[in-house]
Design a protein around this ligand. Structure first.
Ligand code: SF4
Ligand code: SF4
Length: 196
């Protein structure tokens, strides 16, 4: 027959006196341990080196964009967070004599958006990218108070221009065709070149 909890005997001396003291002992010992509370956002700790943070669209060492607008990243995304519209590079200058080339090869990403309200930072998109155009940084501060600012445009995602790089559009500076770029058969125009 099951024991009736209401009919249990009175607490023992150990339960009355020792157990509360033992409980406070844990509190007392913990008071002298190193504090583990993180003082974010006043103090920001570095992430793990391979932490998946905000994305970056990388450039070649001459500044041309690595993205070829293929949309493979968008197809790989399980959250449907990426939107890409590709367009063709044109080698003939426009009527003002300006180049119309943004990347080596035929195509470039004319529109590139990542919706950080959808993105789960899983990294499948960067695995799918055939040119290493898309990588992820360690930046994790992606909160905001409105939807619009959490849809990052290409201009928000493009890697900064390093010394020796030139803002596209401009002709291919590192080789005669895209194969020279993809094979790495060029002299790096900038120290460090690849911003990936
Ligand atoms: S990290 Fe994952 S969820 Fe975010 S855009 Fe890439 S594939 Fe989509
Ligand atoms: S980021 Fe990579 S996978 Fe995505 S469209 Fe550009 S080249 Fe293709």
């Amino acid at each position: 027959m099951a024991e009736n909890p209401g009919k249990q005997g009175s607490p023992s001396l150990k339960e009355q006196f020792w157990d509360p003291v033992a409980g406070f002992g844990v509190t007392f010992r913990t008071m002298f341990r190193k504090v583990v509370t993180e003082q974010y956002p006043k103090e920001k700790l570095p992430t793990a080196p391979r932490f998946h943070g905000r994305h970056q669209l990388n450039r070649w060492p001459d500044g041309l964009e690595k993205c070829v607008g293929c949309e493979l990243c968008a197809w790989a995304c399980p959250a449907d967070a990426i939107y890409v519209e590709g367009a063709s590079n044109v080698d003939e200058p426009d009527p003002d004599g300006n180049s119309q080339r943004y990347s080596p090869g035929e195509r470039y990403g004319r529109v590139y958006q990542i919706n950080y309200l959808r993105c789960i930072l899983c990294g499948l998109c960067i695995e799918a990218c055939p040119t290493r155009a898309l990588t992820m940084t360690n930046e994790y501060e992606l909160a905001d108070d409105n939807r619009r600012d959490l849809i990052y445009e290409k201009s928000d995602l493009l890697a900064p221009l390093l010394p020796g790089m030139e803002q596209p559009p401009h002709p291919m500076r590192l080789g005669d065709d895209e194969k020279d770029y993809y094979k790495g058969e060029y002299k790096a125009a900038a120290a460090g070149g690849d911003t990936a």
